[in-house]
Design a protein around this ligand. Structure first.
Ligand code: NAD
Length: 310
């Protein structure tokens, strides 16, 4: 089968990373999958006309965008304005900075028939898939409360955890803001703004709460899922997942049991998984709906609600 003609825009920590051997970077992943992808060009700086001339010269099927988040919109716009359209854009998270940008690009992607896949890493992580299955298997009853703890910028990092909520419990959730406010630290060490928030899905009776923490103390990336009959904790960037069921001993008044049942987390490479999915989509049209911009819309709307109300 023919390789997928690819160009890469943005060549920093996520684009280049540690180079060819770093499969967690786009460059390393594409090189690792060189039987499937043909990397034709790398654009690493902002210069008028550069993107259009690369599209014109190389006719890529796939454009990977991993420029700084603030520039996602203008880079996408340049691709849509070109006469040489790719079939797919693989765009880093957080996809856009505002409702306006999101809606504008959604409209254009439909009109111009370019599929946009978002690199929401945890959707491509095998441990998330496993977690989703475990939730079903363990018969924990309805989800009642979801608590998120994060560092390193609300839009930058909590977007992963909020997106995971929709991945695990479906796109039909509808969280409204009860309160959101800037964290007492206001900005993180790298000036990324943190928020705390409290949201509620009235129909489904689910609380979603989030709290940030100052990165200079240490990094956190946790999510606690409180079900009717137990709790699942995902801790430390998916390094540990455990479940505690309630103690049904009637004298103990439904306390959570002491026993923590750990899931085995596998060492996974979500970026390689993502590229393999994109390959399948381009080559044989496999369904990629769960990873596209339309699906990511709900996650981003939640992010924008928190920001707007703070
Ligand atoms: N999915 C994940 O888990 C994950 C992890 C890290 C970063 N990211 C995302 O990847 C993106 C890049 O992050 P990073 O840490 O690599 O940033 P970075 O600052 O290290 O790199 C960005 C690069 O893009 C280049 N650039 C900026 N604007 C450009 C333009 N208009 N045209 C061409 N090049 C341009 C810059 O020169 C720089 O080299 C961000 O959106 C970030 O949120 C995602």
């Amino acid at each position: 089968m023919k390789k997928i003609r690819t160009i890469l825009i943005g060549y920093g920590k996520m684009g280049k990373g540690l180079g060819v051997k770093d499969k967690g970077s786009h460059f390393g992943a594409l090189k690792n999958l060189k039987k499937k992808f043909l990397l034709l060009d790398i654009i690493y700086r902002k210069k008028k006309g550069l993107i259009n001339s690369s599209l014109k010269k190389f006719h890529p099927n796939l454009v990977v965008i991993c420029v700084s988040s603030q520039n996602h919109y203008n880079v996408c716009k340049q691709i849509f304005e070109s006469d040489f359209k790719p079939k797919v854009i693989f765009l880093e998270k957080p996809c856009f900075q505002s409702r306006f940008e999101l809606n504008e690009i959604l409209k254009l992607s439909k009109k111009k028939k370019i599929k946009i896949i978002i690199n929401q890493t945890y959707r491509f992580n095998k441990n998330s898939e496993k977690l989703k299955k475990k939730i079903k298997l363990n018969n924990l009853g309805k989800i009642r409360k979801i608590s998120i703890n994060y560092t390193n910028g609300f839009k930058n990092n909590s977007v992963h955890l909020i997106d995971l909520v929709y991945y695990l419990f479906g796109q039909n959730l509808n969280f409204e803001i009860i309160k959101s406010w800037k964290n007492i630290y206001t900005t993180d060490t790298n000036k990324k703004i943190n928020y705390n928030f409290y949201m509620y899905d009235k129909k489904k009776k689910i609380i979603l709460e989030g709290a940030s923490f100052n990165k200079s103390v240490y990094e956190i990336f946790d999510i606690n899922l409180f079900f009717e009959k137990g709790k699942i904790s995902v801790e430390n960037f998916f390094k540990s997942i455990f479940i505690q069921k309630i103690n049904l001993d009637k004298f103990r008044n439904k306390e959570l049991g002491n026993k923590k049942k750990f899931f085995k987390c596998i060492k996974d490479n979500p970026l390689i998984n993502a590229y393999n999915r994109i390959y399948q989509y381009v080559k044989i049209g496999t369904n990629i709906r769960n990873f596209d911009l339309e699906t990511n819309k709900k996650t981003m709307q939640t992010i924008f609600k928190v920001e707007k109300n703070a």
